[in-house]
Design a protein around this ligand. Structure first.
Ligand code: SF4
Length: 298
């Protein structure tokens, strides 16, 4: 039976068998779920179809959320991304489009549209947007679906060894994990080795360690929606760094261990309770009163 408890083990198995990481994750899933490869891949194709739909809807979204806090920014960014010459975006069109896609998927979530929690609803835009970026530069549909297994394997290891919930580990557990998943998938899609996948995950996670969860008015909108845009660009840079040969000084599983410890050390006020950080700024409080009434808690 193929099993792994951390990323070093997953990478080792892939290296030893000369297989990409997604094959190891699929083999493990076949064993644990007693399902055929065909049925597992078909299910993932279904998830990718939902992701694609949420990207298309998000990139053109003009609908405001019920709170009025979010909606329309993905479209705004997409249009900005096509400017040329001296008005062209600093990051280039590919990164801007990926950020727009990530924001868009999260905007779809904020209006109760269909998304894939990846790993959570609050961080649902990052992995799909990364794959969207890979698709824009020619990745096949088949490879995109397979790369989702690599992302899933990374998410599974983080879930087992740290956390993927903002309520227990802060936003590093949600957007941080999603960025790590996305970075690993992007490396594999670019033909990187399993070791480079691990480096990308480490580089990406390190950069988001300590990120707190402080949603304004208890809604998964501010800062979540725009944060998805930042996180996918960060994941793309981590993938590019790893593919260029840059290595993380701290091995990936030690980064995940640090992430776990940081999450446990975070005060409750910064773990999805909306009792700290951005959620208690004067503006956030004013928004909260506007939404829920004077003196009322959410
Ligand atoms: S700030 Fe909190 S609710 Fe928002 S995406 Fe991050 S973990 Fe989720």
């Amino acid at each position: 039976m193929i099993n792994f408890n951390n990323l070093a083990e997953l990478i080792y198995i892939a290296r030893e068998k000369s297989l990409p990481i997604h094959e190891i994750v699929i083999a493990r899933e076949m064993h644990t779920s007693l399902r055929s490869r065909e049925s597992i891949i078909k299910e993932m194709q279904g998830s990718w179809a939902v992701m694609r739909e949420s990207i298309a809807r998000g990139l053109d979204n003009r609908e405001k959320s019920l709170s009025g806090l979010t909606g329309g920014d993905a479209r705004r960014l997409r249009l900005y991304g096509s400017r040329k010459g001296t008005e062209a975006p600093y990051l280039g069109e590919a990164a801007i489009l990926a950020a727009a896609a990530a924001v868009g998927v999260n905007e779809v979530n904020a209006v109760m549209g269909r998304i894939v929690a990846c790993p959570t609803a609050g961080s649902c835009g990052i992995v799909p947007a990364a794959l969207y970026a890979a698709r824009q530069r020619g990745a096949s549909e088949e490879d995109l679906v397979l790369s989702l297994f690599t992302a899933a394997g990374i998410g599974m290891v983080i879930d087992q060894n740290a956390s993927i919930a903002g309520a227990s580990g802060g936003c590093q557990a949600e957007c941080g994990t999603a960025a790590g998943m996305a970075a690993g998938a992007l490396v594999e899609l670019a033909g990187g080795t399993p070791d480079e996948v691990g480096e990308a995950v480490a580089l990406s996670l390190k950069n988001l360690l300590g990120l707190v969860c402080d949603p304004v008015a208890g809604l998964v909108e501010v800062p979540c929606v725009k944060r998805n845009g930042f996180a996918v660009v960060e994941a793309m840079l981590a993938a590019d760094m790893a593919l260029s040969g840059i290595k993380s000084v701290i091995p990936v599983d030690e980064v995940i261990e640090a992430m776990d410890k940081i999450g446990r050390a975070l005060p409750k006020s910064l773990r999805e309770t909306s009792q700290g950080g951005l959620a208690v700024t004067p503006t956030a409080k004013r928004i909260e009163r506007g939404l829920y009434g004077q003196g009322q808690e959410k």
